[in-house]
Write a protein that binds this ligand. Structure first.
Ligand code: PMP
Length: 425
């Protein structure tokens, strides 16, 4: 089929994320991808600034990861996890326990980030059920957060920027507090904690857990908050017997400059969600880790089993590629590479600071964000980016990049150069 015919079918029959089924934002047909390049069917090569939404940290079509998939494929691509286990899952659990905060000792595998969040929330609720404190059934979160598109995950996304406002009436009601104003690089000010202390004081008997993205708020606003905020939230949770759930789905595996963003604050959550880069972006996969306290409490009561068990739990292909991706990450000085990207992003993007169209420019780790004063025209700006040879997908007022860590200095300069050109018009 010709390119036009394929795209015509796509437009007529396939639903793409967050766009109309009948009048969708145009899609670009991809032929293949290698390293930091996405090659379109029409032959155009684009430098990828998105890592396919935080996931592809080692670049596309990576030979090491390809080899891991092929090797596992020869053994088995899938086998059910009920009553069966396998080495790829055991190896992966061992690795995750070794590299994550040291109190996390139990691993629950699932198929996507949103599901990992659902599982985390269910774990928290079942924990309090087991302790016969069923009144502790609500969640607290900060505004401008994003945790996925499934039901309970939606209930803790920002009610305005979280893209789910039309379901507000049906979703479970949770407690929202303002997103921290004290930024990552600001002088610490504990004012952001005042409403949280008040809420905890008054409602701790109704609160199961505090759920938030550590340090980096992604899709809900691309904001970086102060590490002391997370530290203090952790202390308050302990003081008021509230569980702490950290959603490291976007930040996990080095993106913010630390292996996990919670390492900026030396915080140990009760439950932690991982996804996206866990497989180096090769396939949909996620994990929810929890402490022995959570697992043992749930297991001691009746029902003693945790009420979840997806068909593709611990899929061996996904586990194998995740093992390979984590080994690859830890095999080189990724911290130095991410630091280098951060330094370059700061140098090149901060040149725009006086631009009248720009509200703010922020950089942390391998994440660079330009916040415009006005919303951008996504279709037009996307077209311009593609014509200039880069893949960047803005939303709202935000034009941001989080490239694969393997990006070269020259390729990154091309990305920031095109961003500068486009926003300066
Ligand atoms: N949590 C965070 C912080 C995310 O950024 C996302 C995805 N953007 C999710 C959860 C949901 O993950 P998934 O899309 O894999 O369901």
């Amino acid at each position: 089929m010709k390119i036009d015919k394929l795209l015509e079918f796509d437009k007529k029959h396939i639903w793409h994320p967050y766009t109309s089924a009948t009048n969708p934002i145009p899609s670009y047909l991809v032929k293949n991808a290698k390293g930091v390049y996405i090659k379109l069917q029409n032959g155009k090569r684009l430098i990828d600034g998105m890592s396919s939404w935080w996931a592809v940290i080692h670049g596309y079509n990576n030979l090491v990861l390809n080899k891991a998939v092929k090797k596992q494929l020869k053994k088995m691509s899938h086998v059910m996890f009920g009553g069966i286990s396998h080495k790829p899952a055991i190896d992966l659990a061992e690795k995750l326990i070794k590299i994550s905060p040291k109190n996390l000792k139990r691993v629950f595998f699932s198929d996507s980030g949103s599901v990992a969040v659902e599982i985390a929330m269910k774990m928290a609720l079942q924990y309090w059920y087991a302790k016969q404190k069923t009144d502790k059934a609500k969640f607290v979160t900060i505004r401008k957060g994003y945790h996925g598109d499934t039901w309970h995950a939606m209930s803790v996304c920002d009610p305005d920027t979280g893209m789910h406002h039309i379901f507000q009436k049906q979703l479970p009601k949770q407690f929202f507090v303002d997103a921290p104003k004290c930024g990552f690089y600001d002088k610490w000010n504990d004012r952001d904690l005042i409403p949280i202390r008040k809420l905890f004081e008054q409602k701790h008997n109704e609160i199961a857990a505090f759920i938030l993205e550590p340090i980096v708020q992604g899709t809900g606003g691309m904001r970086f908050y102060h590490p002391n905020f997370l530290k203090e939230i952790s202390n308050l949770c302990k003081q008021y017997d509230i569980l702490l759930i950290l959603d490291e789905i976007a930040t996990g595996f080095g993106r913010s400059g630390k292996l996990f963003a919670c390492n900026h604050s030396n915080v140990m959550p009760d439950i932690m969600c991982l996804g996206k880069a866990i497989t180096g972006g090769y396939m949909s996969f996620a994990a929810t880790l929890c402490s022995n306290k959570i697992a043992k409490t749930i297991s001691k009561s009746s029902p003693s089993v945790f009420m979840h068990g997806p068909t593709f739990m611990a899929n061996p292909l996904a586990c194998a590629v995740a093992n390979s991706s984590i080994d690859l990450l830890l095999s080189y000085n990724w911290k130095k590479k991410v630091k280098k990207i951060e330094k370059q992003l700061k140098k090149e993007l901060f040149e725009l600071k006086s631009n009248k169209n720009i509200q703010d420019i922020r950089v942390l780790g391998a994440i660079g964000v330009i916040e415009m004063k006005e919303e951008v025209n996504m279709v037009e700006i996307q077209k311009e980016f593609v014509s200039k040879g880069v893949w960047i997908r803005p939303f709202g007022k935000l034009i941001y990049i989080m490239p694969p860590y393997i990006i070269s200095k020259k390729q990154l300069t091309k990305l920031t150069g095109v961003m500068k050109q486009v926003v300066s018009k």
